[in-house]
Design a protein around this ligand. Structure first.
Ligand SMILES: C[S@@+](CC[C@H](N)C(=O)[O-])C[C@H]1O[C@@H](n2cnc3c(N)ncnc32)[C@H](O)[C@@H]1O
Length: 430
């Protein structure tokens, strides 16, 4: 494979290729590296930057001063694929390294200053790649990273093929722990199975550890991992055992807004009782509070619950009964809060929900992490009618951003909103 680079400081890249596996790959001619310098290629060595149009500060890599350089490289390397390094590009990963290692000729271009005049990219860029969500002063270090990880994927560059195949990220998992001598250090011994010589047991041990490490350190990767059904079930079991069981939800019927923003009491809906109970059970919610100030409405809710509460239904672990069992009917949100307080000896943190944009709303990842970190109880409050009244919204510690699509129309039923919100907060991605 031929790797060309184009940068302001080619020495940084040249030096990086002088060591270890990379230098050997060059020696063995598995890769050829050819470094172009913007400065030596530029007319009269006059530099390559220009002032930016508009009032933004910072210089830009000039279209006029570099167009010829790109044309020249294209002439020298007619089949080359230009990779522009830029924080605006796709985030680089192992799969991209693997894909790029199949190319015969690539040219990695490092920016400096405020990057390139957009028209240079439009003319020459095949791939725009970022190495992460941070800003470097220039693309040379990023170029070194690309050269290193792409080269490792080329046959013969890394001595043992299995080292690359078993690497982290190859199948969307990370590797488990590895050990060497001594066998025992401070009473901590190397796991026995690794010393057993039994290859099958060692492979199983490594696979299970790799999956558990991925779950603990990079759960996001599991979405794309190939998992056997038993592996998936096992990971879910581990995850379940770590959850704090500290989340409650409440469906409020008073005080609620109507379309004219007046405070009203809404009536109970049978579907909300059943469907929300099923969502709550599916996502591991501790208790589902239904609050209603009118006695007859609470009695009605009790009647619906009693319908599901009989011997026959109780025997089936997937029956609605299992979900309905987690419902508690209370007069008001205040009563629901005191009920949780009694159990936890502390007031739950209230998380409000609303279909409208409001100031200081929080996002789902923020709440998700808070809930996982702290054993404090959390109560997610859902409204009926046209939403929770101002007084409830003001009593909440956080308000979640609305869920929905890109359309202006956003009229989800509360039971749909509950299901979506619970999935965003507690849904399993593998
Ligand atoms: C100072 S940066 C320009 C950043 C630009 N002001 C912005 O906010 O997008 C200069 C050059 O460094 C390189 N660079 C900086 N951060 C990078 C990253 N995360 N990944 C890849 N290249 C990066 C690019 O080649 C970029 O053109």
């Amino acid at each position: 494979m031929k790797i060309n680079t184009l940068s302001v400081f080619p020495e940084i890249i040249k030096n990086n290729c002088k060591y270890g596996v990379l230098s050997k790959a060059v020696e063995k001619k598995l890769i050829t590296i050819n470094n172009y310098s913007f400065f030596t290629e530029a007319d009269n060595n006059k530099g390559i930057d220009d002032e930016q149009y508009g009032h933004n500060p910072g210089m830009v890599i000039s279209f006029e001063k570099t167009f010829k350089i790109f044309k020249k490289i294209k002439k020298n390397e007619p089949k080359t694929k230009f990779i522009f390094l830029s924080p605006k590009g796709h985030i680089f990963n192992n799969q991209m390294a693997k894909d790029l290692s199949n190319e015969k000729n690539i040219t990695i271009v490092s920016g400096r200053y405020e990057g390139f005049d957009e028209r240079i990219l439009e003319e020459f860029c095949d791939f725009e790649i970022s190495i992460g969500d941070y800003i470097l002063t220039g693309g040379e270090l990023a170029t070194c990273i690309l050269i290193d990880s792409i080269s490792r994927m080329i046959k013969g560059v890394v001595g043992k093929k299995n080292s690359v195949i078993n690497d982290s990220f190859m199948d969307s998992t990370i590797k488990g722990p590895v050990y060497t001598k001594p066998k025992i250090f401070k009473n901590k011994s190397v796991p026995k199975v690794l010393l057993s010589g039994n290859h099958k047991n060692i492979d199983n041990f490594n696979r299970n550890n790799s999956l558990e490490y991925t779950l603990n350190k990079r759960e996001d990767l599991l979405e794309n991992a190939t998992l056997a059904p038993t592996e998936r079930e096992n990971l879910r079991k581990i995850k379940r055992s770590k959850l704090n069981n500290n989340v409650f939800i409440a469906l409020v019927h008073h005080p609620i807004k109507n379309i004219k923003n007046e405070t009203i009491t809404t009536s109970l809906t049978n579907l909300d009782i059943q469907d929300i109970a099923r969502s709550a059970r599916t996502y591991g919610i501790n208790k589902y509070y239904i609050t209603h100030p009118i006695l007859e409405q609470r009695k009605l809710a009790e009647k619906v619950l009693s319908f599901w509460d009989n011997e026959k239904k109780r025997k089936n672990e997937n029956s609605k009964h299992v979900a309905m069992n987690n419902i508690i009917i209370k007069k008001s949100l205040k009563e629901a809060i005191s009920n949780i307080k009694k159990e936890y000896k502390q007031k739950p943190i209230l998380i409000g929900t609303d279909a409208n944009e409001m100031k200081n709303m929080v996002d789902y990842s923020f709440i998700k992490h808070r809930i996982q970190e702290k054993k404090t109880p959390y109560l997610i409050v859902f409204g009926t009618g046209w939403g929770l009244s101002q007084e409830i919204i003001e009593s909440c510690d956080y308000i979640l951003k609305p869920v929905g699509g890109y359309d202006k129309y956003n009229h989800l039923s509360v039971r749909s909103a509950v299901a979506i919100i619970l999935d965003k907060l507690f849904g399993c991605n593998f």
